[in-house]
Write a protein that binds this ligand. Structure first.
Ligand SMILES: C[S@@+](CC[C@H](N)C(=O)[O-])C[C@H]1O[C@@H](n2cnc3c(N)ncnc32)[C@H](O)[C@@H]1O
Length: 181
């Protein structure tokens, strides 16, 4: 499996800052309304950690975690969090280094369509979520939609689906999949 190399990760970091701020703001606002005080939140496939940075500013009470398969992405994310305590790790979503039932809210942006083994990743997501905890997975609207829906539904039952239109974009290109443990 190929992962983001160092130059590619730096390039993504620059583009994400320029193009995706509206999406990160939207997801951070979503998590803000759903995460209880001092909740433990994980960003799956965090890349350079942009969403975590928005969350850290908006909700300093949260215990933030981020994982990514690419060590270069995690290296770049680490540089962004010299002040705040954000737990970052190189890991595959299908093999999370977190204990069972340790996460209140899981979130992910533009990553799930890249996960090679969706059933294994979703089983892992279910394992780490606390009973009553939830996940909001934002991804491209036309990328592996049916497969993602099927994998989430097989483990969580109900999958709420929302089409997300960002303020600056003429067409809705993002889908949010929401599940509860
Ligand atoms: C398009 S980037 C999105 C990064 C970030 N979530 C954002 O919105 O800016 C996709 C990220 O998913 C990560 N990724 C892909 N497959 C993964 C897997 N199996 N486990 C963990 N991370 C994965 C990639 O390394 C990459 O950093």
């Amino acid at each position: 499996m190929t992962t983001f190399g160092y130059e590619q990760s730096l390039g993504y970091d620059r583009r994400a800052t320029r193009l995706l701020t509206g999406l990160y703001r939207r997801i951070a606002a979503d998590v803000d309304t759903r995460a209880p005080d001092s909740a433990t939140v994980i960003d799956l496939g965090t890349g350079p950690g942009k969403l975590l940075a928005h969350l850290a500013t908006r909700r300093p009470d949260l215990h933030l975690h981020g994982i990514d398969l690419s060590p270069h992405m995690i290296e770049i994310a680490r540089r962004a969090f010299t002040e705040q305590a954000v737990e970052l790790a190189v890991a595959d979503v299908a093999e999370l280094p977190h204990p069972d039932a340790s996460i209140d809210v899981a979130v992910s942006s533009l990553s799930m369509h890249e996960w090679p083994d969706l059933p294994a990743a979703v089983a892992e997501l279910r394992r780490v979520l606390r009973p009553g905890g939830g996940a909001a997975i934002y991804d491209f609207r036309f990328a592996r939609t049916r497969e993602i829906r099927r994998a989430l539904g097989a483990v969580f039952g109900t999958v709420e689906i929302e089409t997300v239109r960002l303020p600056w974009h003429p067409v809705a290109v993002i889908t949010c999949y929401r599940v509860t443990a």
